[in-house]
Design a protein. Structure first.
Length: 97
């Protein structure tokens, strides 16, 4: 199954993220190495959120990710939500499904 994790960031995220950025990226890389985190990126202009694409059989893996994320723990994410999705088309689909 595939899931999208959406983050809404607080204002001034660029200035506020520095103390937590290394640990935030390390957590993401851990899930990439497990094969669970497929893609991740931020929204730009304005930089006010992010989305991450996960492949996992258990939504709780993503909930655990959120609870461990230093951005969430330190109040840089104002809201988050998980949506199950079905990947049906794209040039990299053979790498995702």
């Amino acid at each position: 199954m595939h899931f999208l994790l959406f983050y809404d960031y607080v204002e001034n995220i660029i200035e506020r993220r520095e103390p937590y950025r290394e640990a935030h990226l390390a957590l993401a890389k851990e899930h990439v190495e497990r094969g669970e985190l497929i893609l991740a990126g931020v929204f730009t202009d304005p930089l006010d959120g992010a989305t991450l694409l996960f492949k996992t059989d258990d939504r709780r893996n993503i909930e655990n990710y959120v609870q461990r994320d230093p951005y969430v723990a330190n109040g840089l994410v104002s809201e988050w939500r998980i949506r199950e999705c079905k990947i049906v088309l794209g040039s990299a689909i053979e790498h995702i499904v």
